[in-house]
Design a protein around this ligand. Structure first.
Ligand code: AHR
Length: 655
């Protein structure tokens, strides 16, 4: 009897073991007979918004906050000492009227001057050079002198230069500072070193080593991080800032071009959007305006996708119809959109093309897309969008128009807007989703059944938000898993951009974000590497990859998609294993075209880590991709998926 039980136990054990083994080995089919839908050349890109000090204090390399003294509290960011007057008549820039007068202190041992705190301090690095510039004039006596000092956080000057003012007319003066110390939280002091008075306006300090060495330039290390992603599309300037807290404070592209000193200041709505992340000193100088943003798109090889206001201010903050532009009074807004297309694409003898040419870019920017409105909803949106669509189609039928499906990934507004977008025949519909890890994992099949005949999808803002709303490997893995569904459905998903893009570690309002930075360092998050792997291995066409004839969209924690790159001659398979167990997968390469010879050696890129680990300023490389190899034998790619990992397999072929 005992023997019988032992036998039964062993039999059960073997059976259980067999079931376990059977459950852990998987067999996928990769059908190579025919290339599927093309991957759009706009597929993976960037969404840029001036949030988290992403522009002023971030990408825009200006180091002085409130350089024109035009913040509503005119000396915000500045300390003044001695006899300083704030003036606003007779300045050189009518749209930024304020300037300061440094008067004689009245005593040989007293001083008059101003000190700027920068954006969370001024980051100054030894061995680098900095261009200080100022518009100035002598008052009374034309011959005057000012002294410029960099001050460390203990109030010690560690670099200085003097500038001779030689005119009673406003003039731009410049001097190069060459500090011999590094200071992450420096400040800038300017004081009168002659009798005075002296008037000062637009006090500016830039590193000379900006991206491409441009004077009104961008932070090089941040642009390098953007370029490294090989983005294909670049959406700007936001987000909610397109709408503004009210229409007065919406992003107005026309104010963001022309002479930098005369671009009027705009409020940045993110300074008070979240009172628990309140930044009353957050403004937009428009120093990095539309010209610079088009130029940046060009530099990093991405198609520019500007978004303009639809005549609606932020609907979260303005429920009353009177806060928006009435439908029959949209002319100015529609004209802004039409003029923008001319600014980007018109020849140098058109009104707006001429301005672009004068700013230094006679060639058109070749803009193909325009977004109308951000996260709008309700009937008020299609009513206004329709006016824009008619006008743009009439004058620029070649431009593709992007409409919105509202702020949510589903629900009443979303269900209302999609058919409306189809009715208005926009080319793409912008969808936004900031959702949980579970949501991302459950949505890998989201687009499998979308209408193939309607407008295409632009996943214009998305990010996985774990409970603590930090970037971590778990969120990156969920995004990687979800993105297999974007890739598989490249016939309907034409663009995707993670959001937001940038965040200063000491001045953020929203997280998670793709790239973090402080005054010196740039941190690429695990989410960044997911975007990078998708963009670098985007391929040219989808290939059908199935498991039991179904797409691989979450069953047993597995997510997978495949593309072929007919230019580079590569077959690429991306797999995310969200399960806590490792998995062995056989991928059968089937219906291989007669002439196609697939190399046995396979390049493998792996991204994995602990779920709650992120890259930080202290440890920026905790999670980075690693490379390895795999192999194909007898037309089978043998894949070993570690628990909770994302892998990209690259098979070279000849044909
Ligand atoms: O990306 C941050 C914000 O999220 C955007 O400004 C807005 O479009 C969305 O609500």
């Amino acid at each position: 009897m005992r023997k019988y039980f032992v036998y039964l136990f062993l039999l059960f054990g073997v059976f259980a073991f067999q079931t376990r083994v059977a459950a852990q080995s998987y067999e996928f089919e990769l059908d190579l007979r025919k290339n599927g839908a093309p991957i759009q050349s706009s597929m993976y890109g960037l969404f840029f918004e001036d949030i988290n000090f992403g522009a002023d204090g971030g990408l825009y390399a200006e180091l002085i906050k409130n350089r024109s003294f035009d913040f509503p509290q005119a000396l915000m960011g500045w300390k003044s000492f001695g006899k300083v007057d704030l003036r606003n008549e007779g300045g050189p820039f009518d749209r930024n009227p304020n300037y300061v007068r440094l008067n004689n202190s009245g005593h040989g041992h007293k001083h008059t001057g101003i000190e700027n705190e920068g954006f969370t301090g001024i980051g100054i690095e030894r061995g680098k050079t900095y261009r200080f510039s100022v518009w100035a004039r002598g008052v009374g006596n034309a011959k005057q002198k000012i002294r410029i000092e960099l001050i460390d956080s203990r109030n010690n000057p560690f670099e200085h230069k003097e500038i001779e003012i030689d005119s009673r007319e406003w003039k731009k003066y410049e001097v190069i500072l060459t500090p011999r110390r590094t200071e992450i939280h420096a400040s800038l002091r300017v004081f009168l070193a002659s009798e005075g008075p002296v008037d000062l306006e637009h006090v500016s300090l830039f590193p000379t080593d900006t991206w491409k060495g441009r004077e009104n330039g961008l932070r090089k290390d941040l642009v390098e991080a953007l370029a490294e992603l090989k983005p294909m599309i670049f959406r700007f300037p936001g987000g909610c800032i397109v709408e503004g807290t009210d229409l007065e404070t919406r992003y107005n592209w026309k104010k963001s071009i022309g002479q930098v000193e005369n671009r009027p200041l705009n409020e940045n709505r993110w300074h008070y959007t979240f009172t628990h992340r309140f930044f009353p000193d957050y403004f937009q100088t428009y120093g990095m305006g539309f010209y610079e943003l088009f130029l940046l798109s060009e530099d990093i090889g991405a198609e520019p996708l500007p978004v303009v206001n639809a005549g609606l201010s932020c609907q979260y903050q303005n429920s009353d119809e009177s806060c928006h532009v009435p439908v029959d009074q949209l002319d100015e807004y529609v004209q802004d959109a039409l003029d923008l297309i001319e600014f980007a694409n018109g020849s140098a003898d058109t009104k707006w093309g001429k301005i672009r040419a004068e700013m230094g870019h006679p060639e058109p920017f070749n803009m193909k897309y325009i977004g109308i409105g951000n996260e709008q909803w309700g009937p008020e949106y299609p009513a206004r969008l329709e006016v824009f669509v008619k006008a743009i189609r009439k004058q620029y039928p070649e431009i593709q128009i992007i409409g919105s499906s509202g702020p949510h990934s589903d629900g009443k507004e979303f269900d209302y807007l999609w058919p409306e977008m189809a009715r208005l025949k926009v080319d793409l519909v912008d969808e936004h989703y900031y959702r949980s890890p579970e949501w991302f994992l459950s949505q890998a099949g989201r687009y499998d059944n979308y209408d193939r005949k309607g407008p295409k999808v632009f996943a214009g803002e998305y990010a996985c938000h774990p409970g603590n709303r930090k970037n971590n490997f778990q969120s990156a893995l969920c995004e990687a898993a979800f993105m297999t569904g974007l890739e598989r459905n490249a016939d309907v998903v034409y663009m995707a951009t993670y959001a937001p893009l940038l965040a200063h570690v000491d001045a953020w309002q929203w997280r998670p974000d793709l790239i973090w930075f402080d005054n010196f360092n740039v941190v690429r998050t695990p989410n960044y590497y997911v975007q990078k792997l998708y963009a670098h291995y985007a391929g040219t066409n989808v290939l059908p990859l199935t498991w039991n004839k179904r797409s691989i969209a979450g069953e047993e924690g597995l997510y997978a998609s495949s593309v072929i790159d007919t230019d580079k001659k590569e077959i690429i398979v991306k797999i995310a294993n969200a399960a806590k167990e490792a998995k062995d997968i056989k991928i059968n390469l089937t219906r291989i075209p007669r002439k196609m010879k697939i190399s046995q050696d396979v390049e493998l890129i792996t991204l994995k880590g602990e779920a709650d680990v992120d890259n930080t300023i202290e440890n920026p490389t905790a999670i980075v991709p690693s490379t390895g190899t795999a192999s194909v034998s007898d037309n089978v790619l043998q894949v070993s998926m570690d628990a909770e990992s994302f892998k990209v397999f690259v098979m070279k072929y000849q044909d």
